[in-house]
Design a protein around this ligand. Structure first.
Ligand code: GLY
Ligand code: MN
Ligand code: MN
Length: 428
């Protein structure tokens, strides 16, 4: 195992949190992701589905978790079905979890092989009154392939057409958004690795370097430390490229005088870090670059202080808009007249700051969470304001990940260089 596994107490507790929200007689089923094919006999590295991971810690394909809290048989209140393994299979397929190990990882006592699932599930369902199925309800999800989850749901609905069905997703969004201490420590480790990558890059960057060479420095540091790599496709964008919000080509040369925007985070133990830093290619910002940089930094600091238990995320985003408006007025990018006549649905500041300021982060980079409910202690958010000035070939975004606490926040990236002067000092 590349990463430090979390204790099975966490997963036992996560399942308790889930079953608390179930209706009497409900039976919930969660499946693993597929191993995604590429071409010929190739496939992508396995990436576990976040929900079954959150509820079991099982990081293996072809696994199924069943929770049936009202089963008359205690041993059937939680079941894992796993891909069968034994010494013979291990020679060909590599080590997979045996039943004892699966219990150790997840705290689920009853582990059966996947081949027994149809029969056992059929017997369990005779006693159940409704079935909870999972689906990807992330508001920005766009899925063209038929995932394991979709195929499995279709199969169950077809086989058991007379049942009442419930959705797992709303429960998962709520429980995953409040992080346990152990999860926060895992995220801290993802951030620590990201820090080391960034410090490596600060020493490495000089005029003429290619964006992909910078990407490679991050990758080296991440893999070296037990991360499986980037938590999302990294953006290494110099000069004008920084104004292209989803730039991922990373194939341009970095020229003296330009600023490089780097939106990069390490994955660790299936948890994500999401960091953005901007650095001058030549090691020194121009006065104008520094003014824009400090404007963004000021919004970032003020925004972080607005994130408190009880606050509405929609209200927060409006307030950050006001902070950004003030900064853009100071920078003379917009004027009072622009603000007075602005369209409330697309305020003037959006011309230079057109994306959201914060999103939930956790197992997924854009993690699931209850967007329309007040912020809670234990939520983890990014704070990532930006100013993109296409006409000046300059894009600045700064991004840290913070944990909401009762009266304040813990900045998981508070130790990563951020002030403009500090960046310059480290580069020289
Ligand atoms: N790296 C993706 C984001 O900042 O949301
Ligand atoms: Mn980011
Ligand atoms: Mn982000």
């Amino acid at each position: 195992m590349r990463y430090k596994q979390l204790s099975n107490d966490l997963y036992i507790n996560n399942r308790k949190n889930f079953t608390k929200h179930m209706k009497p007689g409900g039976l919930a089923i969660f499946v693993s992701n597929d191993i995604m094919p590429t071409s010929a006999d190739g496939h992508l590295p396995f990436k576990q589905a976040s929900d079954i991971f959150h509820l079991s810690g099982v990081d293996q394909e072809e696994s199924v978790l069943v929770m049936f809290p009202d089963s008359h048989l205690e041993k059937h209140r939680e079941i894992l079905f796993l891909k069968e393994t034994n010494e013979e299979i291990a020679i060909w397929e590599g080590a997979k979890l045996n039943k004892e190990q699966a219990f150790g990882v997840s705290g689920v006592r009853t582990v059966y092989w996947k081949s027994q699932m149809e029969r056992i599930l059929h017997a369990l369902l005779a006693e159940a009154s409704c079935i909870y199925l999972n689906s990807n309800e992330h508001t920005r999800a766009h899925i063209d392939v038929e995932t394991q989850e979709i195929r499995f749901s279709k199969h169950i609905r077809k086989t058991y057409p007379h049942y009442h069905y419930e959705r797992c997703a709303p429960i998962m969004h709520r429980i995953r958004s409040v992080k346990a201490n152990e999860e926060i420590e895992q995220m801290q480790q993802a951030c620590n690795i990201t820090k080391d990558g960034f410090e490596r890059v600060l020493k490495f960057v000089k005029p003429g370097v290619m964006e992909y060479e910078i990407e490679a420095e991050f990758a080296h540091e991440f893999l070296r430390q037990g991360s499986r790599g980037f938590a999302y496709t990294p953006i290494i964008a110099s000069g004008f490229n920084a104004c292209v919000l989803h730039y991922i080509e990373n194939d341009a040369q970095c020229n003296a005088g330009d600023v490089i925007l780097m939106d990069v985070g390490a994955e660790y133990g299936n948890y994500a870090a999401d960091m953005t830093r901007c650095i001058p290619v030549s090691g020194k910002f121009t006065d104008r670059q520094k003014d824009v940089y400090n404007a963004v930094l000021s919004v970032m600091k003020d925004a972080s202080n607005l994130l408190r238990p009880g606050v509405s995320l929609h209200e927060y985003h409006k307030q950050v808009g006001d902070l950004m408006t003030e900064q853009l007025l100071n920078l003379k990018l917009i004027d009072r007249h622009d603000v007075e006549k602005q369209n409330p649905d697309w305020p003037a500041y959006k011309k230079y700051f057109m994306h959201g300021t914060s999103h939930f982060i956790g197992i997924d980079v854009h993690d699931v969470g209850p967007w329309h409910e007040p912020i809670q202690e234990g939520n983890v958010f990014t704070v990532e304001p930006g100013i993109y000035i296409r006409e000046e070939n300059l894009g600045i975004r700064l991004e840290n990940d913070i944990v909401i606490q009762q009266d304040g926040y813990r900045d998981l990236m508070g130790h990563i260089p951020l002030e403009a002067d500090e960046i310059e000092d480290l580069m020289n």
